[in-house]
Design a binder for this molecule. Structure first.
Ligand SMILES: Cc1cc2nc3c(=O)[nH]c(=O)nc-3n(C[C@H](O)[C@H](O)[C@H](O)COP(=O)(O)OP(=O)(O)OC[C@H]3O[C@@H](n4cnc5c(N)ncnc54)[C@H](O)[C@@H]3O)c2cc1C
Length: 275
């Protein structure tokens, strides 16, 4: 439970963090809230030789109304997302889902950027961003680039963020007035989801659905989205929610139980988002 030895450097800005990452190469890791990285280090599943602490880069802590979307700085804490008036009004599913991340201690330390950059299929927020069709801004030495949420999550704990890059901003299209639902199935209130479903319905034939813990990376319920687009009923669309996914078995659930949960929770989410 004691991490391997590492050096620690604190960055004062995004630019400084990026040049520190470039200087130290693949041995370096960004430290944001530390609530995913430090547990991995304690188990020695991650052994970075240098931690670049961005926790005090205050320029990346904001939630801004940008007209058609809300821009969120990557270092914004979960708690600030949860209680944001702008998000509660214009992207309520994100504020609501964030209130189900861990417990108050986790939400006061963990950041939205850390949750996304970690790329864990069991995390709640990646599924919400897939459902919303968000865009992520990644900064490197040569400037910034925008990555669609659909292209961001590339494998188990693998994202589109390169070695000497920083996730700096999350752009979330407003969903004011859209139907939405977040379904999280877990044993105890503060636990990770065994399976979760995020659903945003913007019209009769337009729905975005992200799944938690149904594959090695955060994925859409693509078959359900296609079924709704072609006019299927909620029941028929939910019945194919697990199609094309490859969930794993673990101590909490078998593959078949996960598939069953995905179908049932998608049905509940679609019903709530359509009411
Ligand atoms: C007890 C406990 C319960 C939890 N329960 C849940 C839960 O129910 N649902 C859920 O979704 N999550 C849960 N979490 C995870 C929590 O949400 C973490 O805060 C989050 O996943 C990581 O955010 P962080 O800021 O702590 O990132 P860190 O741990 O600091 O970093 C995580 C990874 O992302 C990288 N990184 C961080 N920020 C950036 C950036 N801006 N640019 C590039 N790379 C970056 C780091 O290098 C590291 O690889 C739980 C955590 C704990 C400890």
């Amino acid at each position: 439970m004691i991490p391997a030895a590492f050096d620690y450097v604190r960055a004062g800005s995004a630019d400084e963090a990026i040049s520190l990452l470039a200087e130290h190469g693949d041995e370096a890791k960004v430290l944001a809230g530390g609530h995913s990285l430090v547990p991995l280090m304690k188990l020695r599943l991650a052994t970075p030789s240098v931690l670049v602490d961005v926790g005090r880069v205050d320029d990346l802590k904001y939630i801004r109304d940008e007209g058609d979307h809300v821009a969120i700085g990557a270092l914004t804490r979960h708690r600030d997302v949860e209680i944001s008036d702008v998000l509660r009004r214009d992207v309520p599913i994100l504020a609501h889902a964030t209130s189900h991340v861990g417990d108050p201690q986790v939400r006061h330390r963990g950041t939205i950027g850390g949750s996304l950059a970690h790329g864990d299929p069991a995390s709640d927020l990646p599924a919400v961003l897939l459902a919303l069709g968000a865009t992520l801004v990644v900064q490197g030495a040569d400037g910034t680039r925008e990555v669609a949420a659909d292209d961001f999550f590339q494998g188990f704990l693998e994202t589109a963020v390169g070695e000497a890059e920083l996730l700096t901003e999350i752009r979330v299209p407003k969903a004011t007035g859209a139907g939405w639902s977040f379904q999280k199935f877990n044993r105890r209130a503060q636990d990770w989801a065994i399976v979760g479903v995020a659903c945003v319905r913007r019209g009769d034939d337009q729905v975005g659905i992200g799944l938690v813990n149904m594959d090695s990376r955060p994925v859409h319920a693509a078959a359900t989205e296609a079924a709704i687009a072609s006019g299927a009923s909620v029941e028929d669309a939910a019945a194919v929610a697990d199609e094309g996914t490859e969930p794993a078995a673990d101590l909490n659930a078998s593959v078949e139980f996960r598939r069953h949960l995905a179908r049932v929770l998608t049905g509940r989410a679609l019903a709530e988002a359509s009411s």
